[in-house]
Design a protein around this ligand. Structure first.
Ligand code: SF4
Length: 509
């Protein structure tokens, strides 16, 4: 038994040695008793092994809040399985394979079984080690089914996949037609942050002994934002359905200065490490919709995230293959600018606030990720792989399958448009509408030249100009490229863009 699991180690040593038939390997993102290889597990014949590898804990510059969450959740889960009667080994080892070898040293050359791993790298490692896999049912769409859908498409538009999912699961549909006669309520769901609005209080997750031990080992003072066991994750789900679901849709794209979570569910960490299943989360939301008078625009918006986006991104990760992560079709070579790793290195209010949120809790919702952080990486021409590494390391919910398509395809358009038909580049006007950060910022979102011009505005036009040939044939970019042609001050703007880029590199903008 590994460090941090306490007295049971002693008790287990005293038990008569049982004869096991299988070793079940549980990855740190497969923490669910009812899914994966544990679905059919039997304490009489199966021994359960979790491996906390040194590669996982110290191989990269991981955000400590993220590590804390993943490690503490896994150690809680190991304890829960043990309390249920399983023989569990939580092994700390240099690599996962070293850990599994140690389990075999103890239990003999038993077959090792696990759910299909969630990353190409772990899949290859475990396959080479001779592990056998059961279908990964932490998603509602298995990899083969998704590949069939993708192979049948001319373009991989998420909306088409999502509609097929609605019909396949019979969610918010009447036959093959959408409930409320519309598939999509995005038009209603773009409200700016409200003024003088009473956000519900944040749910607080108290820390227990296991948490404290993990925190001490990491040298980290954890927040109370994240649960580290299933009971806490279920509380978060109830809290969302009760207090946030109704308001989720309208404000889902807003970035508020007075609240870091808005009406977002904060469930992605638990969906991605297995403490909650997509099925139970969607079922709870649909039950609430049946029982209460909730607006369909909020229900649809949430359902879209879980049965649409989440499944689509995972499906595309596997469908596009391992080399997709290396795409860089816009030839972006800039090194990661200092403000990503230190919020004090910028005067840009929006970026400072979003990076400070990431520093504090390893999380911001999808719009700060896309329209602030990714927009900045895209328009500065930051190298996609450097930005991908940073996103993977900093976010609490950042599995490889999430971040590779989201960053390479959606965030920085490095795949030449395989996922998204146009890049998500925007100037300060969008952020002025959707955030409360422009008032009081050193920069002016309406200005594109001059010392106080908003860097987003300057860089947006500079980005379009740098890539105008690439986007010339993209009809969805025609309006922007036309706008570029009408810019009388383009030469001046190009000079200002050089100053901005150099200031960003030096951490002075
Ligand atoms: Fe961000 Fe520009 Fe607004 Fe400042 S003016 S907060 S940099 S968008």
């Amino acid at each position: 038994m590994g460090q941090g699991l306490g007295k049971r180690e002693v008790l287990l040593e005293a038990l008569p040695r049982m004869t096991f038939e299988r070793i079940l390997y549980i990855a740190h993102d497969h923490l669910n008793r009812s899914l994966g290889v544990l679905r059919e597990a039997d304490p009489a014949t199966d021994v359960v092994v979790l491996v906390e590898s040194a590669r996982m804990t110290s191989g990269r510059n991981w955000h400590k809040e993220r590590l804390f969450f993943l490690l503490s959740s896994a150690r809680h889960f190991a304890n829960e399985l043990e309390a249920e009667g399983f023989t569990v080994r939580y092994i700390q080892a240099p690599t996962t394979i070293d850990g599994l070898n140690r389990a075999r040293d103890e239990f003999g050359e038993l077959p090792i079984t696990c759910a299909e791993p969630s990353s190409f790298r772990q899949f290859a490692q475990l396959q080479a080690f001779g592990g056998s896999f059961v279908v990964n049912d932490f998603f509602l769409t298995d990899r083969e089914l998704f590949a069939q859908w993708a192979a049948s498409q001319k373009t991989f538009v998420m909306e088409n996949f999502y509609r097929a999912q609605r019909v396949r699961f019979g969610i918010l549909v009447e036959g093959k037609k959408p409930l409320g006669d519309r598939w999509n309520f995005d038009a209603e769901n773009r409200l700016p942050p409200p003024k003088n609005y009473a956000w519900p209080p944040y749910l607080v997750h108290e820390r227990d002994e296991i948490d404290q031990l993990v925190a001490t080992q990491l040298g980290h003072q954890p927040t109370d934002a994240w649960a580290t066991n299933r009971a806490g994750a279920l509380r978060q789900l109830e809290n969302f359905v009760e207090h946030h679901l109704a308001g989720f849709g309208p404000y889902e794209d807003a970035i508020a200065a007075d609240n870091w979570a808005l009406h977002h569910s904060l469930l992605s960490p638990y969906l991605n490490n297995g403490l909650l299943s997509a099925h139970e989360v969607v079922s709870k939301v649909l039950e609430a919709f049946e029982a209460r008078d909730l607006p369909i625009e909020s229900i649809e918006a949430f359902v879209r995230q879980v049965i649409g986006w989440r499944e689509y991104i995972n499906g595309m990760y596997w469908f596009l293959g391992e080399d997709y992560r290396d795409e860089n079709q816009l030839g972006a070579t800039r090194k990661l600018i200092p403000m990503f790793t230190d919020s004090s290195k910028t005067k840009m209010n929006c970026v400072k606030s979003v990076v400070a949120d990431v520093e504090a809790r390893a999380w911001t919702h999808h719009i700060p990720r896309l329209m602030v952080l990714s927009n900045l990486a895209l328009t500065t021409g930051t190298n996609p792989q450097e930005f991908l590494d940073w996103m993977r390391e900093q976010f609490i919910d950042a599995s490889d399958w999430v971040m590779v398509p989201n960053v390479i395809g959606m965030a920085v358009h490095a795949d030449g448009g395989k996922l998204m038909t146009k890049p998500y580049a925007s100037g300060g006007a969008y952020l002025n509408r959707m955030t409360q950060h422009c008032k009081g910022c050193f920069y002016d979102p309406k200005k594109r030249v001059g010392d106080d011009a908003c860097p987003f505005t300057t860089l947006y036009w500079d980005f379009l100009d740098r890539h105008k040939e690439t986007f010339a044939k993209n009809h969805r970019m025609a309006q922007q490229i036309d706008g570029l042609k009408r810019l009388a001050d383009l030469p001046e703007l190009k000079l200002r863009a050089q100053e901005v880029l150099s200031g960003l590199d030096q951490g002075t903008i």
